[in-house]
Design a protein around this ligand. Structure first.
Ligand SMILES: Cc1cc2nc3c(=O)[nH]c(=O)nc-3n(C[C@H](O)[C@H](O)[C@H](O)COP(=O)(O)OP(=O)(O)OC[C@H]3O[C@@H](n4cnc5c(N)ncnc54)[C@H](O)[C@@H]3O)c2cc1C
Length: 501
């Protein structure tokens, strides 16, 4: 076996620096530095995409993995806590619901909570039974208290909002301290081996040459290696996910610091609102087949809640994925490997899981095709399951007030999603497949939130005596309310633990 020795990461955005920090930790510790070198190339002139400020709970595992202290991370990035995403005007104009992290209720008689709820005629709103949902609406937050076993407070699930540029800078400091070498410059040429087709070296503008054994393409939407050098085809999913542009603009903070992201449906797309400590991130994601860029810009500016702090910036993208993310001696991580649009804040998570997958399947110089094949299989499965979850939000709209929403409502969706929708519509069955990212409570909240009420419920729910089931459901609602009452406000929690300087 011959080890790969020189690993080159192209790109210093969130993907590049997350990869560098994690690989440095796993490869350069102990006597690793003698075996491997890690070099990252980024171009200040090109810059980073600079969005990507909302996350989902597994980010906490990544930060812990690379040894980031959570309070320090929040102070450094001006970050805030996130308990879920509120969807406004998605099912129908005037409606709102939350996809909150964590559980909705708890099981009874070996059946999930929602089966009893359905059997009782769906009393109240599903939101009443989710601690995260109620805490978010009340603007409250605290970290879980594992010692309070049996209470919802023991397992509060949360993620973060943060400033993407500051996160990249923080990761860079960690990665450089762990031995990653950074090179600034614009890559002008990629040279490949005539026989194997493997990438051999990168030539920077100005002539500097960087040789490597293994290359990680974190060059974002430029996809410098995986696309421009290797020509790996892109599987286009825009017929299911038609949004392909975003205007982004920061505003001054106004109103209370909310512990959730808001996604408000617009005529031809939707608008995000991400509260940070020092500003609010806003963006209008839209489909250029349905609205022109100038009109979309006006829509964004007319809906802002605070004073704009900069000129809006446009980002153009395509939804879909690379047919293969790993080819030969190159693996693409981050936007270069594909993008699903920002609706459920999954992109940073996909970076994180790609890094862990790469560490698990780390190649030697033989570059066994089995490693790449397994990597690509997992990559495809993960992207497709997240894709289906995002499509669901569009497909389940009942809006018919604009061509965009009529298109979404009437479009055909992947077979895999149809099957899930049918299953839920019949008797509320939720089927988590393998290790997929979104678990049953996530699918449940979106199905119900978008207005799909199952025709029936699980027959076994009838075995629980109705008064007992009713008392159980009422108790869950009361416990949730009481738990929220003891939580501090989000703003007070941040002031006490992790206020940015
Ligand atoms: C509108 C929008 C909103 C988003 N919102 C979210 C969100 O809320 N949550 C989430 O998880 N994700 C979100 N994402 C995705 C998220 O922004 C990205 O996954 C994340 O920022 C990683 O980007 P990246 O590092 O792959 O690319 P980039 O940040 O673009 O970095 C690319 C790097 O490659 C370098 N580079 C490129 N070409 C060259 C060259 N020739 N020579 C040298 N260097 C080069 C650049 O200098 C840069 O350093 C969003 C994306 C978009 C488009």
């Amino acid at each position: 076996m011959r080890e790969i020795r020189r690993i080159v990461i192209v790109g210093g955005g969130t993907a590049g620096w997350m990869t560098a920090a994690a690989l440095a930790l796993r490869l350069l510790g102990k006597d690793g530095e003698a075996r491997w070198s890690l070099q990252l190339i980024e171009s200040d002139e090109i810059g980073i995409v600079g969005v990507g400020e909302a996350t989902i709970p597994p980010i906490r595992n990544f930060n812990a993995f690379i040894g980031l202290d959570e309070d320090e991370f929040l102070r450094e990035t001006g970050g805030s806590f996130k308990l879920g995403i509120e969807f406004v005007d998605w099912g129908e104009r005037g409606e709102r619901y939350m996809h909150a992290f964590g559980d909705v209720g708890r099981p009874l008689d070996a059946l999930p909570f929602h089966q009893h709820w359905l059997r009782l005629g769906a009393p109240g709103s599903l939101a009443d039974y989710s601690l995260n949902n109620q805490a978010a609406l009340a603007g409250r937050f605290m970290r879980p208290r594992p010692e309070m076993a049996g209470s919802p407070l023991a397992g509060i699930a949360y993620a973060f909002h943060f400033d993407a540029s500051r996160y990249a800078a923080l990761l860079r400091r960690h990665a450089e301290a762990a031995g990653v070498q950074r090179t600034e410059g614009r890559i002008a040429r990629v040279e490949r081996d005539d026989g194997s087709g493997h990438i051999r070296r990168l030539v920077l503008q100005g002539g500097q040459v960087v040789d490597g054994d293994f290359f990680i393409d974190c060059s974002g939407l430029h996809a410098l290696l995986i696309d421009k050098a290797l020509g790996v085809p892109f599987e286009d999913w825009s017929h299911w996910l038609p949004c392909d542009r975003a205007w982004a603009v920061p505003t001054a903070s106004c109103g209370p610091l909310l512990p959730f992201t808001r996604a408000t449906a617009q005529e031809s797309g939707w608008q995000w609102r991400i509260p940070l400590q020092h500003r609010t991130g806003n963006g209008h994601v839209f489909a250029s087949a349905f609205v022109d860029e100038a009109t979309a810009r006006e829509t964004l500016l007319s809906q802002l809640e605070g004073e704009a702090l900069a000129e809006p910036r446009i980002i153009r993208f395509r939804t879909g994925r690379r047919r293969e993310a790993w080819v030969g001696n190159c693996v693409a991580i981050g936007l270069s490997s594909g993008f699903l649009e920002p609706l459920e804040s999954t992109s940073i998570h996909l970076i994180q899981s790609a890094i862990l997958r790469l560490i698990e399947l780390l190649p030697d110089t033989e570059f066994a095709s089995a490693n790449a094949a397994e990597y690509n299989r997992q990559f495809a499965a993960e992207m497709e399951s997240v894709r289906d979850f995002i499509i669901l939000h569009y497909k389940l709209t009942r809006r018919g007030d604009s061509p965009f929403w009529r298109h979404c409502r009437d479009m055909a969706v992947p077979e895999s999603l149809w099957a899930r929708m049918d299953l839920f519509a019949a008797a509320g069955h939720l089927d988590r497949r393998g290790q997929e990212l979104f678990s049953e409570p996530s699918w449940l909240q979106v199905f119900v939130g978008q207005g799909l009420r199952p025709r029936g419920h699980h027959p076994l729910a009838e075995l629980s005596a109705r008064p007992r089931a009713q008392a159980f459901v009422d108790d869950v609602r009361t416990v949730v309310r009481r738990c929220v009452e003891v939580m501090p406000s989000h703003a007070d929690f941040i002031a006490a633990h992790c206020a940015a300087p």
